[in-house]
Design a protein around this ligand. Sequence first.
Ligand code: M6R
Length: 614
Amino acid sequence: MCGIVGYVGERDAYPILIKGLHRLEYRGYDSAGVALINEAGKLNVFKAKGKVAELESFVTDKDTTGHIGIAHTRWATHGEPNTANAHPHYSESERLAIIHNGIIENYSVLKAGLTQEGYTFKSDTDTEVLVQLIEYTQVDRQVDLRTAVQLALQQVVGAYAIVVLDQEHPDTLIAARKGSPLVVGIGDGEYFLASDATPIVEYTDKVIYIDDEEVVTINKGRDVEIVTIGNVQKTPEIKRLEMSLSQLEKGGYPHFMLKEIFEQPRTLTDSMRGRINVRQDNISLSGFIDNRERFLNAKRIIITACGTSWHAGLIAMYAIEEFARIPVEVEYSSEFRYRKPVIDKDDVVIAISQSGETADTLAAIQLAKEHGAFIFSICNVVGASIPRVSHSGCYTHAGPEIGVASTKAFTAQVVALTMLALCIGREKGTLSPDKYLAIVRELGQIPDKIECVLGQDKRIAEFAKMFMYAQNFIYLGRGYNYPVALEGALKLKEISYIHAEGYPAAEMKHGPIALISSEMPVVVVAPRCGTYEKVVSNIQEIKARKGRVIAIVTEGDDLISKIADFVIEVPCTEECLTPLLTVIPLQLIAYHIAVVKDRDVDQPRNLAKSVTVE
Ligand code: M6R
């Protein structure tokens, strides 16, 4: 996730670019940079580690003049978040500058070839490889810049949205996309380019959405030209933006939480990008590859986290034990840090945190480190404290999560942990190649399947109204879906302030069944897998006591549909991936009940997004 913005016209480019970066900062904020061509025709690049505000402080005494420029806010993928890895990147001659959103999967092969040709690299990024490849192609083949971009992109495997600025053509920007968004804004004698329309909307409502494998040339004196990377001419289709400036922060959604729920197909694609290969038959997690022996030799894995992240950890316990056959313990960080746990130097400790700043989880890591354990973190915020103090880790790349109730971060954590479990299982030989392949393939289908579940939002909103006066809820699930039941109950509690408890379904008869009456809504997570028949019996037990059952079932489940009071269907998938689908209706139920109760959905009382105190 990165934000890219470009401008060419009569106005000063710098203020437009900086404002655009602020709008795109939700896409990443570990570094920012800008490139401008001044009146003397010099291409200046300025970059700073950290947020856009750091870049603004850095350039106060610099030459930021010019009527053409590009700018970038980065979410680190290749290379740590530092100034050298910040975009824009120069080409070898410093005649070209590039900004890029995406991942070039075959960058190391391309880099080796360019190194042989004498090219040198100042950063660890895949992006610098691309700008060098474009310059090399142009010089070697003696072609114009657009042709060089087309030829270079023909060699690239991966995803990109790029914009290239050429010192020798100070009126022209060349951009292209594949798998990462890119929008052109058409003003009066000026053009804008951005990752989404948010930096553009205050200047024009006329936009062109660039399609995959298209290369666009924008020159302030000419019409927009689009060709494919294979050189087929395209007719630009101008669309009118239907959004107001005030809607933009929430992307048109009434709350950040709803926006984040609906973002999940895209955030999970981002979480898997560059990790699951294009053939969808292999997972490559650098944090695992670099520490392969630690995982393979682990006698035990301890997972530590809080709240929603702890629920993701519980799901990981099921996956790691099933695929890698390593014993797993899942610990609340707040308990672990104080209960004098037995920790061995052969233990691997996985710390999970969206914010990367949770005080209890930081303290749990510190304790485990003192005992010599290896610390691997699963984190969403790049460069936060937890990844910094860990030995290694894996970013979830779900993008900034603003709603206090965690939604998209949870599913991204589950995806990252499942990929890790699959990598360990495959390397240990405890997971069959066929099963591995089936799950990897199915992971690739999950974003589309979530989209299907989201399609039921209006129906869920309608039925949520019936439960606005409920005082209590019970959530039940088994196996992989027991943690989903806990997560559904937590979502409802924190934003609607309705008391809710999650249980393993079979535990009902050991106590909680005493609570069942016609006043008690019971949400049962019951996809058709694992202990399905047992869960059907649990539903019968609830109905026999007049409980009201809301069931989350697999598409086409005729059995539960006949017993339950309300049914929400999710597509069929591998058992270990069912939480990624079954949690979506629970997020929507909690959201819509909170809305009808007129709660402050994004900032519920007494809560904070990042819990940095004990
Ligand atoms: O940033 P972290 O993942 O470490 O935060 C942990 C919990 O504070 C967090 O998941 C909290 O439970 C959420 N508000 C739940 O929606």
